[in-house]
Design a protein around this ligand. Structure first.
Ligand code: ADP
Ligand code: MG
Length: 297
């Protein structure tokens, strides 16, 4: 196991931030760590990287006990904290040299990392002259300088524009080929595009921990349909496999089916049978975004 968290709890004074959180990750997985603000994501990451201690529980990174041997653990962990703390008055190369000296990394690694994160053209500049996307690359370069086995990235794409997000996302994917990556984000498409696994946390407790492939493998479809007139809820009893329904507005209904069969044609038959006209119909598979809303709302 690359990461193993066992029954970790953390309370800040009176604020409970984590409540008996457990999960583990195999080598080479990219895990999306999702949850609303205040869910406990950053707290979990600070504990995993040995920056703060939990009140109870155990944490192992690549079999090293983080609470007992934080320095040994930090040698194999790359960490990009939330808000990426950089010395912005320093030049990119100078900052990375400074970081390399802390981790006792050979200077030759610096150029390799600069190239890996696509900073070659900017490496001679001061950090405060770079765009936020490029500053994020500096943080990533600093995190991977010592070639860590595990990468912990706290909201690496927050505050970036769509192009920068796509670039950092590609980088995470690339890094995930050889490392275990745990990264927090609010963007569901990001998780769908990058991750092997998804952990959803709310109020300090894990609500979902599943492989992305398992999450995608559900047979729920949501169909929003507008008819030309108002109908009673009981009409829908004629339709099979409905698991829930909602009257969104006057003539518009949101129908959730659990079935492998595409239910759109059944709705057309239903309309015809009841002399209804369909004014609009919109079908979607239950995706990660709807799942996230469902479990966190
Ligand atoms: P997230 O990263 O998911 O937004 P955090 O781990 O930052 O969540 O916060 C979890 C909870 O702990 C929140 O209620 C937050 O206000 C609280 N919290 C975080 N850091 C501190 C701190 N240093 N002192 C007191 N409360 C904190
Ligand atoms: Mg946070």
């Amino acid at each position: 196991m690359s990461i193993k968290v066992i029954a970790v709890s953390k309370t800040y004074k009176t604020q409970k931030a984590l409540n008996e959180v457990s999960f583990s990750a195999d080598k080479g997985q990219i895990i999306g760590f999702l949850g609303p603000n205040g869910a406990g994501k950053s707290t979990m990451m600070k504990i995993l990287t040995g920056f703060i201690k939990p009140n109870s529980g155990e944490v192992f990174v690549d079999e090293i006990d983080v609470l007992k041997n934080p320095i040994a653990a930090q040698k194999i962990i790359g960490y990009l904290p939330e808000h990426n703390p950089l010395y912005t008055d320093m030049y990119v190369r100078e900052y990375l040299q400074f970081q390399a000296s802390i981790f006792k990394v050979n200077k030759s690694e610096i150029e390799t990392c600069i190239e890996k994160v696509g900073l070659t053209e900017e490496a001679h500049k001061k950090i405060n002259e770079l765009s936020k996307g490029y500053q994020q690359r500096v943080g990533l370069a600093a995190a991977i300088l010592h070639n860590p086995k595990v990468l912990i990235l706290d909201e690496p794409t927050t505050g970036l524009d769509p192009n920068q997000i796509a670039e950092i996302r590609e980088l995470i994917k690339e890094l995930g080929r050889e490392k275990t990556v745990l990264f927090s984000t609010h963007i569901m498409q990001e998780v769908e595009a990058v991750c092997d696994r998804v952990i959803i946390i709310k109020k300090g407790a894990i609500l979902v921990d599943k492989k992305l492939s398992e999450l995608k493998q559900n047979n729920q479809q949501i169909i929003e349909v507008t008819f030309d007139r108002k109908i009673e809820e009981q009409f829908f009893k004629q339709l099979s496999d409905i698991i829930s329904l909602k009257n969104n507005s006057e003539n518009t209904w949101s129908l959730t089916f659990e079935s492998k069969e595409d239910k759109r044609s059944k709705i057309f038959d239903f309309a015809q049978h009841n002399s209804l006209k369909i004014l609009s119909l919109n079908a979607q598979h239950k995706n990660l975004e709807t799942l996230f809303k469902e479990v966190t709302s």
